[in-house]
Design a protein around this ligand. Structure first.
Ligand code: 13P
Length: 255
């Protein structure tokens, strides 16, 4: 069974002080968590402090983006080595906000995935369709294209170092969650894509998270659905009670 992992994507939210206050509180709320993986992806400025504060907990830290070059004249960008130097173990790549607001292409995302893997950072690779694509019946076509661009030619070991996050764009920040059936259907197709491109064992070892308006109130029914291995949580991860409740819903399911 793939490891169940719940990750927080704070996006452009929380100052250094607000991030610190969150973690001081949150770290006490996850003391009994044993089986569920927990990842916090704060803004870059809070990474080091959060990493330090989470040291004696099950939680790990990740970044929300990185650049594919190693170093050099790329004003404002951040490299894999820099992220590792402040304790990041994961990096979210290909988030729909990066694709649609900042114009990141499948090709750019792939270069980032390759660099992250080369440097030993685990990419959380986001895939997902727009509302018009879903309405046009193109969900699986769109997700397959993103999947192929991200993972073609990776070794099995590299693939096992990736987490996939299925995030239907129409469900992000809208309050509109994909139903467990809608999410599970796409997750099952992604698992099949993994079997076809790699093999059964690899497919079984890759965590496929769902993202899009996950809340304490819907986490239970989503985690009970086939092939949903955890969550990438935006809005609800900003509140330590809500995020902890989601983590606990997954832990409860694993008991
Ligand atoms: P929301 O949970 O706010 O819908 O955001 C989902 C997301 O984009 C996580 O990466």
């Amino acid at each position: 069974m793939p490891k169940k992992i719940v990750a927080a994507n704070w996006k452009m939210n929380k100052t250094y002080q607000e991030a610190e206050a969150f973690v001081t509180d949150f770290s006490k709320k996850i003391l009994e968590i044993k089986k569920t993986g927990v990842i916090l992806c704060p803004p870059f400025i809070a990474l080091f402090n959060i990493h330090e504060k989470l040291k004696n907990t099950v939680a790990e830290v990740g970044a929300q983006n990185m650049y594919f070059e190693e170093s050099g004249a790329f004003t404002s960008e951040i490299s894999a080595d820099m992220l590792k130097s402040v304790g990041a173990k994961y990096v979210i790549l290909g988030h729909s906000e990066r694709r649609h607001i900042f114009g990141e292409t499948d090709q750019v995302i792939r270069k980032k995935i390759d660099r992250a893997l080369e440097k030993g950072l685990k990419p959380i690779v986001c895939l997902g369709e727009l509302l018009e694509e879903r309405k046009a019946g193109k969900t699986l076509e769109v997700v397959k294209k993103q999947f192929d661009a991200a993972f073609d030619g990776l070794s099995k070991a590299e693939m096992e170092n990736c987490i996939i996050a299925y995030e239907p764009v129409w469900a992000i920040g809208t309050g509109e969650t994909a139903t467990p059936e809608q999410a599970s259907e796409v997750h099952t197709e992604i698992r099949k894509m993994l079997i076809e491109k790699f093999d059964n064992k690899t497919a079984e070892n890759v965590t496929i998270q769902y993202g899009g308006s996950v809340k304490p109130s819907n986490a239970k029914e989503l985690i009970e659905s086939k092939n949903i291995d955890g969550f990438l949580v935006g809005g609800a991860s900003l509140d330590s009670n809500h995020f902890s409740d989601i983590v606990h819903a997954v832990e409860e399911y694993l008991k």
